[in-house]
Design a protein. Structure first.
Length: 181
């Protein structure tokens, strides 16, 4: 009989779970909800750690935002005394014209090439100046530079005279006004 009662107690223990008290049941239910929530929170912090941009996109980077909100235009204030100092024809040629007129790029007549300049010189100074100021063919207005009309005129005279032209260099606007008096 003792074997039967002992065997019955062993069967009873084999069919029961690890939770034997209501306190253990409450702890197990609490842990089954809290542990997954804590694990999910930890995973989201791990994945979201640091700044990441979208794949192949830098649209929200600081540089991209700065490019999108940059000013459209600007105002440049120059000193009045600097406006009175005009560049010579050779200085303007060296600064702007030499890039194309030294090598003859895009059909530009080379400096000193009398055959290429002769038909242009025959049109006269005013026509040459107008072409230089407004642009002609592949040449941008003023050859892409930012010079006064007098400075561009001096460069035109410099290049034409190097190819056999006999043009007088234009005077500064203030000097021309005082000479007229």
């Amino acid at each position: 009989m003792s074997d039967a009662s002992h065997s019955h107690a062993a069967d009873h223990d084999a069919h029961t779970g690890p939770i034997k008290t209501p306190k253990q049941l409450i702890a197990a239910v609490f842990a089954s909800f809290v542990v997954p929530v804590v694990v999910i929170i930890m995973l989201t912090h791990f994945v979201d750690f640091g700044a990441k941009s979208g794949a192949g996109s830098d649209g929200m980077s600081a540089e991209a935002v700065a490019r999108r909100i940059q000013p459209v235009g600007s105002i440049e204030i120059r000193e009045a005394s600097a406006a009175g100092v005009l560049k010579t024809g050779e200085q303007v040629y060296q600064a702007q014209c030499t890039a194309c007129h030294t090598a003859g790029v895009a059909g530009a007549p080379k400096l000193g090439d009398e055959a290429a300049w002769a038909p242009r010189i025959k049109t006269g100074y005013e026509a040459l100046l107008a072409s230089a100021m407004k642009g002609k063919g592949a040449m941008a207005p003023q050859g892409g530079g930012e010079f006064s009309e007098t400075e561009v005129g001096r460069a035109v005279v410099y290049m034409a005279n190097k190819a056999g032209g006999k043009f007088d260099e234009p005077k500064a606007p203030a000097a021309a006004a005082s000479a007229a008096k």
